[in-house]
Design a protein around this ligand. Structure first.
Ligand code: SF4
Length: 405
């Protein structure tokens, strides 16, 4: 039997594939076969044709960042006139709007801003929890946690403990890109977190009882072998902790970035997704990245291993800065799920099912464009910033001008 057929039989029988076998499948298996294998594994794990999604909002609390990843079109350097930090009141308003649409959490991430000490995060998390006790904070990817370890000179477990005490509920898997240091050096993101550092934050978070997601951004400078190495390392941590809820992969979005280049095709996305379902046999959920691939490829993802349509995502800033601006509200996500022959269910961050589509329980306005962090031209400075010590000379001057508290 040719090797591809032998591997297909092994996968159908529930066998685990090695990195070398995954590489063979990626290079030689026809797309329909990869889809059939991935779909079979998805159906076995998620019976009843249920496809989930979450209603939440991607809030980026600051775009000021010292990391300067060359694939990122979102960040602004310290002192930039386009730099912003959201105020607590602005964030509360975003939460109110999210709850009104049936939302249950914020996905809260931002740049590595040297002028936001850990106390700012703790105060924000506490304030959110005080106002909205059952609302969840899926916040601060591993590189942001590492940034805080450098700001505080505390080890990662202590930083995580402090964030949990303030209200952190789970950690999003951002900032992973490709977990191979050769690639990270080329993307200028080795300094923000090495592959080992990223994985160790997740391991520590899992050991403390947090559930997290994992991501992979492919299609820039990496090889296919390095994509598989990325997944191998995730699978290894998952074998150890079982703390990852889901894997989310998307293609690099090149517009307005220093790195430039082109974007991987839809077929390449479907091949990667199907391979991820096959290789990451210990990951329960795979999200479709409609926000980068568009609704049509997002819908097709459901035939290539995805069991989750991700987020209704009331707001998005990072991918939009790099040229992708797809928008689907809950009505549209549900339409895509049902049209593909599945049953749409709302979920929470732990992938527990919350119920049927919210818009069928309660009238909600249609959302035809994603919200942004701030209105264009809004350069306001939050009142509370002056309560916190700044590190950069530029911000020290601005806070001095903000006046005494
Ligand atoms: S990807 Fe994140 S860490 Fe890197 S430059 Fe952009 S905001 Fe900063």
């Amino acid at each position: 039997m040719p090797r591809t057929e032998t591997l297909a039989a092994k996968i159908r029988a529930g066998g685990r594939v090695s990195a070398d076998e995954a590489l063979h499948l990626y290079r030689h298996a026809p797309l329909p076969l990869l889809g059939e294998l991935a779909d079979g594994l998805r159906a076995a794990r998620h019976p009843g044709g249920i496809v989930t999604y979450i209603i939440d909002r991607n809030v980026n609390y600051t775009n000021i960042c010292v990391a300067r990843c060359n694939f990122c079109a979102f960040y602004r350097p310290v002192g930039s006139g386009d730099g912003y930090v959201l105020g607590f009141e602005e964030i509360f308003k975003k939460i109110d709007e999210t709850i009104a649409l049936g939302g249950v959490q914020l996905l809260l991430q931002g740049g590595h801003n040297p002028d936001l000490p850990i106390e700012w995060y703790e105060d924000l998390f506490r304030a959110v929890k005080q106002r909205y006790p059952s609302f969840k904070l899926h916040a601060l990817s591993p590189p942001e946690v590492i940034h805080l370890t450098r700001m505080t000179r505390l080890p990662a477990p202590e930083v995580i403990d402090r964030l949990i005490a303030a209200g952190l509920d789970s950690i999003p898997g951002g900032g992973a890109e490709i977990l191979v240091d050769r690639v990270r050096r080329l993307l200028n993101c080795y300094g923000k977190a090495t592959a080992d550092e990223w994985l160790e934050v997740m391991r520590q978070a899992h050991l403390k009882g947090l559930r997290t997601t994992a991501t992979m951004m492919y299609g820039h400078v990496e090889t296919v072998e390095e994509r598989i190495e990325h997944m191998r390392r995730l699978r290894e941590v998952q074998d150890e902790t079982g703390g990852f809820t889901a894997f989310i992969t998307w293609s690099y979005q090149p517009e307005h970035t220093e790195l430039g280049g082109g974007e991987a095709t839809g077929v390449e996305y479907l091949r990667m997704l199907a391979l991820a379902r096959i290789f990451l046999d210990n990951f329960p959920s795979l999200q479709a990245s409609w926000v980068t691939q568009g609704g049509k490829v997002g819908q097709l993802s459901l035939a290539y291993g995805s069991n989750d349509m991700g987020s209704v995502m009331i707001e998005e800033n990072v991918v939009r800065a790099a040229g992708a601006s797809y928008c689907m509200d809950e009505v549209e996500i549900v339409r895509n799920i049902e049209n593909a022959g599945f049953v749409a269910k709302r979920r929470n961050m732990h992938y527990d099912i919350l119920g049927d589509p919210f818009f069928r329980e309660q009238a909600v306005p249609r959302q035809l464009a994603l919200a942004t962090a701030r209105a264009d031209g809004d350069t306001s400075r939050p009142e509370e910033l002056k309560l916190y010590a700044a590190r950069s000379a530029a911000e020290k001057r601005l806070r001095a001008n903000d006046g005494p508290s």
